[in-house]
Design a protein around this ligand. Structure first.
Ligand code: PLP
Length: 211
């Protein structure tokens, strides 16, 4: 299948109301252009610097483009992230929430944010622990950060469904509208559990380049 065929196939599996976040990390510039040409306007990147290389020149040409940061964010990259991205999906600690709120005020840019939850409680994964989610959510509100959803990456090699169910339940409990879960291998399962945003890279653009 070529890009167009893969996109059309994926589109048939995504209901209206669920946003396809096209993950363009480690893809060549031609892949981004093919996506834009096919009408895609929501893209995900997991590194600030690579996102700048990919999008800084293109973004002004596409006023309706929305870039989602889906990777971990260091506080020293917050300034660049706020300048480039439109949604930050990976708020996972108070210090980062503080830095984001300060920088958004400085730049006069108020970006919707999601809290990333470490849904499988894995030592190596970023995301806030479930038992600290409420405290972080309250903190974000206190510092003026707009939280509109939750995001997670379930443990690899395990059935993701129980983790998707749990994230959806937490979002409902907090009355948050957006649920970002599901990637190339499991986005249909995530949609069945209530995902509003699916982050799809390789199933759309093909295997990523290695550095
Ligand atoms: C890379 C990445 C994706 C996309 O992964 P695929 O399996 O290629 O669809 C989704 N979410 C996050 C956070 C990622 O880093």
């Amino acid at each position: 299948m070529d890009f167009k065929a893969r996109l059309n196939d994926i589109k048939t599996r995504i209901p209206t109301g669920v946003t396809l976040v096209a993950v363009s990390k480690m893809q060549p510039q031609e892949a981004l252009l093919a996506g834009l040409d096919a009408g895609l306007r929501v893209f995900g990147e997991n590194r600030v610097q690579e996102a700048q290389t990919h999008w800084e020149a293109l973004k002004p040409q596409y006023p309706d483009l929305k870039l989602h940061l889906i990777g971990p964010l260091q506080t020293n990259k917050v300034k660049d992230a706020v300048a480039l991205f439109d949604v930050i999906e990976t708020v996972d600690r108070e210090k980062l929430a503080d830095a984001l709120a300060d920088e958004m005020q400085r730049q006069g840019r108020s970006l919707p944010c999601f809290i990333q939850v470490n849904i499988g409680n894995e030592a190596q994964k970023s995301g806030v622990a479930l038992d600290s989610l409420d405290a972080l959510y309250v903190h974000c509100k206190t510092v003026g950060l707009t939280i509109t959803g939750l995001m997670c990456i379930p443990p690899a090699e395990r059935d993701p469904v129980p983790y998707f169910k749990r994230l959806a339940a937490e979002a409902r409990r907090l009355a948050l509208a957006h649920i970002s879960m599901g990637m190339s291998g499991d986005y249909e399962a995530a949609i069945a559990q209530g995902a509003t945003h699916v982050r799809i890279g390789s199933a759309l653009f093909g295997t990523r380049q290695t550095k």
